[in-house]
Design a protein around this ligand. Structure first.
Ligand code: AMP
Length: 389
């Protein structure tokens, strides 16, 4: 999720800039002012309570604010992220926002302050008052709103400065220039996020070849449990010996062996744009483990891809591979090959189904030349980067 709070005195341009950002980053917009005006229009209990306070330019009590925000947030749990305008407006509300983010299992990325002088806010609000139809856009109420802002709202900045989440832009410039400055901040935020991909498919569907090439093209770290285990075998480590024995019996390697290897790989890879997992998760248990491993690094799965190849073609490819130097210990006989396909069918297909229900799985046709399949996957990865919020 990408969660941003736009901050600044009334008239700083929060509403105008929000309109761009909501579209560009597909965010869910939460303007407490708009929500309150809606409640007033519908003459709800909350609206009636807020009405007289808004009319004088004061701040509405936190109890009301929490109720309207909570209602909106919990009705939209699948949003790409939230853009807050006019909230948090007090130091207390900054804590409230923390709590709401925790409830959604997410956090605020940053607070962007639109800096304008007091005279400029007044000038803009008076100008807006001519057409906005807002009764609080008149000089007397404007002065009170600004007084509230400087007394109660400005201290919120310290909260975010201390947390290192404070960003600022010069909002005295043109709408387009301000927009550009905000975009730069958001792009920098986005580049911190990881594109984590799980690449599914039957053995022989091309996951390995494609996964490695995709990782190289997009600066992702390729995490394939199979090759990691093979490496242990090659080195002749204790783990390697155990693994070899399991392979020869066509069995899956236990999680106690696989997980520490992945953990090490995640810890040692710095500066990557994301991870691409191949051959993991293979079971329900491993799907939970993967969530846990990524969570530890403040991240999560961004995209799940399944390469689809018909069974007969798979057998053909695997048999062919077994006759080359690339023959793996686990595809040295037709029985072992069939056992692996069965394992995938019994243990991994249900995992893919679970992901299908939870996040959706992108199915990609794995037939055709390497380049054709590579292009199909690349297209999805690029979409993934665009949607990384
Ligand atoms: P705005 O549309 O953000 O300028 O808000 C208009 C009015 O709604 C403010 O002057 C306040 O009276 C009230 N309001 C909006 N957001 C809040 C908030 N987070 N806390 C308290 N009052 C708010």
């Amino acid at each position: 999720m990408l969660n941003i709070a736009l901050f600044g005195p009334p008239g700083a341009g929060k509403g105008t800039q929000s309109e761009f950002l909501v579209k560009e980053y597909n965010l869910f917009y939460i303007s407490t002012g708009d929500l309150l005006r809606k409640e007033i229009k519908e003459q709800t209990q909350l609206g009636k309570e807020a009405q007289s306070i808004i009319a004088t330019g004061g701040l509405v009590p936190d109890e009301i604010i929490v109720q309207i925000i909570e209602k909106t947030i919990t009705n939209n749990p699948n949003a790409n992220g939230f853009l807050f305008d006019g909230f948090p407006r007090t130091y207390i509300q900054a804590y409230i926002l923390e709590g709401l983010m925790i409830k959604l299992n997410t956090s605020l990325n940053c607070l962007i302050s639109l800096n304008v002088t007091e005279e400029e806010s007044i000038r803009r609000l008076l100008h807006r008052g001519k057409t906005s139809g807002r009764s609080d856009d008149n000089e007397e109420v404007i002065r009170n709103r600004l007084k509230e802002y400087y007394e109660k709202t400005l201290p919120v900045l310290n909260f975010y400065k201390e947390k290192g989440l404070y960003k600022e832009v010069n909002s005295m410039l043109s709408i387009e220039e301000v927009h550009q400055q905000i975009k730069e901040i958001i792009q920098a935020e986005l580049s911190k996020r990881l594109l984590n991909i799980v690449l599914f498919g039957y053995p022989g569907s091309g996951r390995g070849t494609q996964g490695k090439a995709i990782a190289k093209k997009y600066g992702l770290e390729y995490i394939a449990t199979g090759p990691m285990l093979d490496e242990e075998i090659k080195k002749g480590t204790e783990i390697g010996k155990k693994v070899l024995n399991l392979y020869e019996n066509g069995l899956l390697v236990p999680d106690e062996i696989v997980v520490p290897l992945i953990e090490k790989k995640l810890e040692n890879s710095k500066g990557v744009r994301g991870y691409i997992f191949k051959g993991f998760p293979r079971t329900f248990v491993q799907s939970y483990i993967l969530d846990g491993l990524l969570k530890k690094h403040g991240s999560s799965i961004a995209k799940i891809i399944e390469l689809e190849v018909p069974i007969l073609e798979l057998i053909q490819r695997l048999v062919k591979r077994s006759q080359t130097d690339e023959c793996m210990p686990y595809d040295s006989s037709i029985e072992k090959i069939v056992q692996r396909l069965k394992d995938h069918e019994n243990k991994t297909i249900p995992v893919i189904k679970k992901y299908q229900e939870l996040h959706g799985v992108v199915k990609i046709d794995g037939m055709g030349t390497f380049e054709e399949v590579f292009e199909r996957i690349s297209f999805e990865i690029e979409n993934g980067f665009k949607n990384l919020r």
